[in-house]
Write a protein that binds this ligand. Structure first.
Ligand SMILES: C[S@@+](CC[C@H](N)C(=O)[O-])C[C@H]1O[C@@H](n2cnc3c(N)ncnc32)[C@H](O)[C@@H]1O
Length: 298
């Protein structure tokens, strides 16, 4: 396991959107190493926090970091899409934060298989109780399904040739390591490193990660159910890291804020998404694709 490290992204901006100076309950749906949560609790002594994550390693680290705040913190090892089922007094909730994707802790741990730059098993499960690893998908999914995953979730131009190459390679031996997949991608995409050009394996790994963790399923329903549970003035802020996630947040917000509807549910606080400053990107290059959108319950 790598050293547990993660720099919280758009920290000031997201906490400002949540207006965390109000007393009450805040929910961090993607606790990670607790970077955002820690700051909410530090900035507001009257804040209580519920944190969720489906990665048991992340929860263990966050639990230690948040220990000094004692009874103000309750943590759940859970998919945030189960939040509406958790027994919480939603009338007390002031803000809900969603900071999607992976933490640097996950990305930098070779044994988790999230990074094509580090050699490790093709795992990519955020929830270690999940049976479906990336290796299993690469072994079992049909060629058509693989092409669909690479195209829809990775927007990879060579989705079909790559699926074909995987189907042919696995007839001899299943793909097992991140390095094997990366080499195959480089061959199929005729990769020549160039400054400023994204490695095609980034897109392939993103696509597989989304499939392994079922990342997009039920996102819109989750956002709507959660916003409906919030009391008036309750806020929701969502940080996304790729256009597929951002699109879901944007469209769900627009639908629920529809002024034509008899009773719009929310007001949108971010006409355009908030993105990291140049300074933040320089300090933390992994923040570069982040987009923050926020809404408040009417
Ligand atoms: C970008 S990190 C959050 C980092 C955190 N804000 C911090 O500053 O330390 C995203 C976290 O969300 C978790 N996660 C991803 N999908 C999830 C889901 N559906 N339910 C719960 N947690 C999830 C990941 O395991 C990861 O720890």
């Amino acid at each position: 396991m790598s050293r547990p490290e993660h720099i919280p992204v758009l920290l000031d901006e997201s906490l400002e959107m949540l207006a965390v100076d109000r007393p009450g309950l805040y929910i961090d749906c993607t606790l990670g190493l607790g970077g955002h949560s820690l700051e909410i609790l530090r900035r507001n002594p009257e804040a209580e926090l519920v944190g969720l994550d489906l990665d048991e390693q992340a929860i263990a680290v966050a639990q230690k970091r948040l220990e000094p705040f004692g009874g103000r913190v309750t943590l759940y090892l859970s998919d945030y899409r189960n939040l509406p089922e958790i027994e919480i007094d939603f009338q007390r909730v002031r803000g809900v934060l969603l900071d999607m994707g992976m933490s640097s802790f996950q990305l930098d741990s070779p044994e988790r298989g999230f990074s094509h730059a580090l050699d490790g098993p093709l795992d990519m499960r955020m929830d270690l109780r999940n049976k479906n690893s990336a290796a299993r998908i690469l072994e079992k999914a049909s060629e058509i399904k693989l092409a669909q995953i690479f195209r829809d979730y990775g927007e990879l131009r060579q989705a079909r040739p790559l699926a074909r190459a995987i189907a042919s390679a696995r007839r001899l031996k299943p793909l097992e390591s991140t390095a094997e997949l990366r080499t195959l991608v480089e061959r199929v995409c005729h990769w020549i490193p160039q400054r400023g050009k994204i490695h095609p394996a980034s897109k392939v790994f993103q696509a597989l990660r989304i499939e392994v963790n079922n990342e997009l399923e039920g996102q819109d329903a989750f956002l709507e159910r959660t916003l409906r549970l919030l009391p008036p003035g309750g806020r929701l802020a969502a940080i996304s890291f790729h256009s597929l996630e951002d699109r879901v947040v944007k469209h769900t917000f627009l639908r629920l804020a529809d002024k034509e509807a008899a009773l719009p549910l929310i007001d949108i606080l971010t006409r355009k998404p908030i993105v990291p400053s140049e300074d933040e990107v320089a300090r933390n290059p992994r923040s570069r694709s982040a987009k923050l959108r926020a809404a408040v319950r009417r």
